[in-house]
Design a protein around this ligand. Structure first.
Ligand SMILES: Cc1cc2nc3c(=O)[nH]c(=O)nc-3n(C[C@H](O)[C@H](O)[C@H](O)COP(=O)(O)OP(=O)(O)OC[C@H]3O[C@@H](n4cnc5c(N)ncnc54)[C@H](O)[C@@H]3O)c2cc1C
Length: 297
């Protein structure tokens, strides 16, 4: 049985930053990633607040650079989803995937967030494959009608990414706007984006010719909107559902002992930004190194 020194769960900006910094100490962390390197960032239309990129850089382009750096550094990554993280107290953690069990003395949880899913209406089985909560699978899509539900940064950012090849409707169920003013200004200037306030979906129907029909309430009475794809951007929650009850119970004790770390979006409430996640990752790696030096001076 191989016991890792450090296991990092999630290879988004936080997890890879932790991995890169650990490498600088000659440690060989193992990353477990459910999908691919880059996490949520691959959905961002233009990242303008990450230093080093005057004029900004598209999320997928920044992810491409991250991937190159991960590969140059030969960071070990296994592409598996952790379905359960448990602990054999006083010994090691057990990270279960559908295929394997990994053992580690320390674990860094960098699993980001999961989307809040639509709950106000039923989604017919046949339409499930047209419903998304991230847009990167649709980045190559063209000449489609896409409805996005939400009123925050993600909804408007998604619309800007998709509008140059598709027609996009943003549906806000109230009048409140929660996005950055600059995203609102850019959205208003984009002829392919229609913004509808006070528009709430009440039901979705599958139509043999029209495809997906969204029945909505509006101040002027009910309307039916057609869409090829529907995207939910209605909030996100920390991705922690794989933690066993025992790990949850012992979490703060394990954090104090320097055995368990929560970094990046999974731990940062509304402060979800790439640079913060990267900073968290570097800090966790430095803390781990200091702890290890205490044990083996
Ligand atoms: C549309 C949009 C635009 C954005 N624009 C900007 C911007 O301009 N500037 C900025 O700074 N930030 C931006 N962000 C935010 C930025 O993307 C996040 O803050 C950042 O990606 C968080 O990094 P993270 O590593 O903490 O989490 P994530 O990026 O969410 O990465 C978590 C990783 O963990 C993996 N994972 C989850 N659960 C498991 C599991 N059980 N087992 C294995 N792997 C797992 C996931 O697959 C994922 O790869 C934007 C986000 C969105 C959605």
């Amino acid at each position: 049985m191989q016991i890792e020194d450090v296991l990092i769960i999630g290879a988004g900006p936080a997890g890879i930053a932790a991995g890169m910094q650990l490498k600088r100490y000659n440690l060989e962390p193992l990353l477990l990633e459910h999908t691919e390197i880059g996490g949520l960032l691959k959905n961002a239309s233009l990242v303008e607040n990450y230093p080093g990129f005057p004029g900004g850089i598209a999320g997928p382009a920044l992810v491409k650079l991250f991937k190159r750096q991960v590969s140059d550094l030969s960071l070990r990554i296994h592409y598996q989803e952790v379905t359960k993280l448990d602990i054999k107290k006083g010994h090691y953690f057990l990270a279960e995937t559908r295929k394997d069990v990994y053992y580690s003395r320390r674990v860094v949880v960098a699993t980001g967030t999961q989307p809040r899913r639509f709950q106000d209406f039923e989604i017919p089985e046949a339409l499930n494959r047209y419903i998304f909560y991230e847009i990167y699978p649709l980045l190559e899509t063209s000449v489609k009608e896409i409805a996005i539900v939400g009123a925050g940064d993600a909804a408007f950012d998604y619309a800007l990414s998709l509008a140059w090849r598709n027609k996009v409707k943003i549906l806000n169920r109230s009048r409140d706007l929660k996005c950055l003013p600059l995203l609102w200004e850019r959205t208003k200037a984009e002829s392919q984006i229609e913004y509808r306030e006070n528009t709430a979906i009440t039901s979705i129907k599958s139509h043999p010719v029209s495809g997906m029909l969204l029945e909505c309430t509006t101040p002027d009475g009910p309307v039916t909107l057609r869409a090829d794809y529907l995207i939910g951007a209605i909030g996100r929650e920390p991705q922690l559902d794989f933690l066993s009850e025992q790990v949850l119970e012992l979490a703060s004790e394990l954090e104090d002992q320097g055995l368990l770390y929560f970094i990046g979006d999974v731990n940062n409430g509304i402060f979800r930004q790439t640079s913060i996640s990267v900073g968290d990752g570097v800090r966790a790696a430095m803390q781990i190194y200091r702890k290890l030096k205490e044990i083996q001076p």
